[in-house]
Design a protein around this ligand. Structure first.
Ligand code: ZN
Length: 484
């Protein structure tokens, strides 16, 4: 200790000593706690004393979430004025709910009748779901909490998250700006029990303003969990980087499309739904997709599939820098049409038109025949038992049966051997069977069209002779892709 410091310390002691004796006449805090009753309530308790009646007590609290301004809320607990007061204030989550893991900073102001005032120092509490013993895994900006399943379960989920982040950063330039807490519940039932007003179908939720994700993943649902988690992470990161005081909203197709992009490969079922929508001319306009999606399952599936395809079209055709620029312009408060026009030179209607051209072109270039040819033996023959051939037959049949819409009717198969089959068409009236005689099909060029997933499932019932084979002509130039 240097000599110069001694006078300063003495002065400090002199200042403190009178305050300490004087304290008896001041308000003092006896205790301040907060108790969690997850998920329904958070109870703040205070005990304070004063030589005089305490007449006013206020709780101040601040929730750690993305906010435009520094928001501090206040609450007034009930109590009877007295020199010794013990009271509490209950945050009823049915009115305003908090997700598991939300952090709250709080402090009190206590006043007595002489006008003396005590402001307590701030404390922090995390609204944890204490019903489970959580384990934690941290990598970079991600904290993953889980309570069921071994370390490798958590490691796999974390790896999927990191992959999703990598994909987003490579393709769109976005990455998390602040830590994200991920809570893995052991089932969707457990997850719903953690929510005040759960919806029947809730499997995962991104509380984007809190940078919190809660999701129900059982250990035998790991593949689903990885995809769902990547999706919610996509939402969370995108919302982080576009959050602004201008109240700009991401159009739903962009928001969902980016989340789907974070998932990686398109879900096979959605892919088939998109193909079906193209074939049956049920695509939804980009403008309609900027509003919340329909709750009807079929419409919803098409909406998601289309959104992913739209985002992929923008990324593949125009690159990541433009996508990041688009998100920045939306953050600055531009409308979707304004932002699109500035970055790409077209608005949502223009995007709609270009995307439809792109998706048709993509279907043409990725021919189903390429796949079949890859499966062929050197004799360019496909055995009937092989699934691709079976699918071709279904499509050929559909075309022959004057299916209402035929997409890209420019691909052909030639049936080398005659055969007969009958097939119950699910799109027609129930039980109605169509028969095609072998003569009709013999050496005849058949239009091939994209088939829906439903048809493909049904087509497995087609009776076939395993000895039959198909030859695919080399004259094709396009075909509908295979369903999955
Ligand atoms: Zn989503």
């Amino acid at each position: 200790m240097t000599k110069q410091l001694i006078p300063i310390i003495l002065a400090a002691v002199l200042l403190i000593t009178p305050t300490a004796t004087y304290a008896q006449e001041k308000i003092s805090l006896v205790d301040s706690t907060a108790e969690i009753f997850f998920p329904s309530a958070l109870v703040f308790k205070i005990k304070a004393e004063s030589p005089n009646d305490i007449t006013r007590i206020r709780l101040h609290y601040q929730v750690d979430r993305m906010n435009y301004a520094n928001v501090i809320s206040e609450a007034w607990p009930d109590f009877t004025p007295s020199p010794k007061v013990e009271t509490k204030w209950t945050w009823d989550m049915r009115k305003v709910s908090l997700p598991a893991g939300a952090t709250i900073r709080y402090w009190w102001t206590v006043e007595d009748k002489t006008g003396d005032k005590l402001v307590t120092s701030a404390k922090t509490i995390r609204f944890d779901d204490l019903r489970h013993s959580w384990q934690k895994l941290t990598v970079g900006q991600l904290n993953l909490f889980w309570y069921k399943g071994n370390q490798s379960f958590a490691d796999e989920l974390m790896a999927a998250c990191q992959q999703a982040l990598k994909r987003l950063s490579q393709d769109t330039g976005v990455h998390p700006e602040t830590p994200i807490n991920i809570y893995i519940y052991a089932s969707s039932q457990d997850l719903r029990s953690a929510m005040i007003f759960p919806r029947e179908w809730t499997g995962g939720v991104a509380f984007t303003q809190f940078n919190i994700i809660a999701i129900g993943v059982s250990t035998d649902q790991l593949d689903w969990g990885k995809r769902a988690l990547a999706h919610e992470l996509g939402h969370t990161v995108t919302h982080q980087i576009t959050f602004s005081p201008y109240g700009a909203m991401l159009p739903t197709w962009l928001d969902e499309g980016l989340a789907m992009h974070a998932e990686g490969e398109t879900d096979p079922y959605l892919k088939s739904m998109l193909k079906k929508a193209i074939t049956q001319q049920k695509l939804i306009s980009v403008r309609s997709l900027s509003s919340p999606f329909s709750a009807k399952p079929e419409q919803a599936y098409i909406s998601y599939a289309q959104s992913q395809s739209l985002v992929e079209f923008l990324i593949q055709s125009y690159g990541k820098d433009k996508m990041l620029q688009l998100l920045n312009l939306l953050k600055e408060g531009n409308t979707c049409d304004e932002a699109l026009t500035e970055v790409y030179g077209f608005d949502q209607d223009g995007l709609d038109k270009l995307w439809r051209e792109y998706i048709t072109g993509q279907t043409q270039s990725r021919s189903g025949f390429e796949y079949i040819l890859a499966q062929e033996t050197s004799q360019t023959r496909i055995v009937w038992e092989a699934v691709p051939a079976e699918l071709i037959i279904t499509r050929a049949f559909n075309a022959l049966a004057h299916y209402p819409v035929i997409l890209n009717p420019s691909a052909y198969v030639i049936l080398k051997e005659p055969f007969t089959f009958c097939h119950s068409d699910p799109e027609r009236s129930e039980g109605e069977e169509s028969h095609i005689a072998q003569d009709e099909l013999r050496d005849r060029r058949i239009l091939v069209m994209a088939s829906s997933a439903k048809n493909l499932t049904q087509s497995k019932a087609i009776p076939g002779d395993p000895s039959l084979s198909l030859r695919v002509t080399t004259e094709y130039n396009a075909a509908g892709e295979y369903g999955n």
